[in-house]
Design a protein around this ligand. Sequence first.
Ligand SMILES: NC(=O)c1ccc[n+]([C@@H]2O[C@H](COP(=O)([O-])OP(=O)(O)OC[C@H]3O[C@@H](n4cnc5c(N)ncnc54)[C@H](OP(=O)(O)O)[C@@H]3O)[C@@H](O)[C@H]2O)c1
Length: 322
Amino acid sequence: MKAAVTTKAGNPDVIEIQERPKPEIKEGWVLIKIKAFGLNRSEIFTRQGHSPNVAFPRTQGIECVGEIEEDPSGTYKTDQKVAAIMGGLGRDFDGGYAEFAAVPLEIVFAFESDLPWNVLGAIPEMFQTVSGSLNGALEIKEGETLLIRGGTSSIGMLACQLAKTKGLTVISTTRNPEKEIHLKENGADYALLDDGNINTKLKSLFPKGVDKVLELIGIETLKDSLQCIRPKGIVCMTGILGGSWTMNEFTPMDDIPSLGRLTVYMVDAANLQKDLLQEFIDAVAEGKINLNIDKTFKLDQISEAHCYMESNKAKGKIVVEI
Ligand SMILES: NC(=O)c1ccc[n+]([C@@H]2O[C@H](COP(=O)([O-])OP(=O)(O)OC[C@H]3O[C@@H](n4cnc5c(N)ncnc54)[C@H](OP(=O)(O)O)[C@@H]3O)[C@@H](O)[C@H]2O)c1
């Protein structure tokens, strides 16, 4: 099979297209014929060598969609459409940047859909992240106000749409004035230009602060986001678009406003919402959700796709179709 192998830590050109044997299936695993996969920011960090547990060479890709090629357990019939996500995929064992992947049954999600593969490929990680952050961590409710920090990211754009379908008022941010229009077209009630310090601007719109904040930039803007919430408001840090994992100085009694709440969301195999995936795919098929797919690449364009993601020019999800 063809696989895009990250040969060592480095720039996008360390990913090489190679002929590899099809992965072997262990007991309790299935073989998926991959049709498409979404590209994720964490894969840039891994490629750069910032994921200490990932050894190279490695076929990356933390998610994929495709069809069951072989399932010795008999759980799924051949050609069943499935998604696979996280659980070590593309990190502990070879992942989605290939024509086939062997994965444990626990991370397989069956679905039915006639949507094109590049659309399906955009869904699994993006949906789980947004749904887990908004419903699981922030517990959003109709009538609330939601600030999305890093609003033009694919996660931010989808979060805005899901929040609007639930009846929230959404304020979404970008650093780029030219992208404000895209935030509005995507459904945001307010688009704010983010220079890293927006709490004064935000409080001029919502003097008591907002109910919820989805923080996708991370450490760089987290303290400012905490200043944007009302008492008992919640900030959920889900992303690290700013690129930093660790905050040098954090003084909880100063940095978290009284009664304010800070949480995080991380997709992992244990908190995946299997039943909601089909519901979401159907909502996309019915046109209730617009996925904002920015560009679809081919497998042998994977280095180009990584460069494009790093350029921050995309206004939505980047997908690779096999
Ligand atoms: N917790 C989880 O389980 C989980 C799962 C999936 C993804 N994530 C995280 O969610 C975040 C969003 O992922 P994504 O794939 O949706 O991203 P994406 O689509 O690649 O986001 C691109 C946008 O991010 C903004 N951005 C880039 N660098 C930035 C910086 N230094 N400071 C501020 N904004 C910056 C840019 O927006 P502007 O130019 O418009 O400002 C850019 O257009 C990432 O941090 C990702 O790692 C977390």
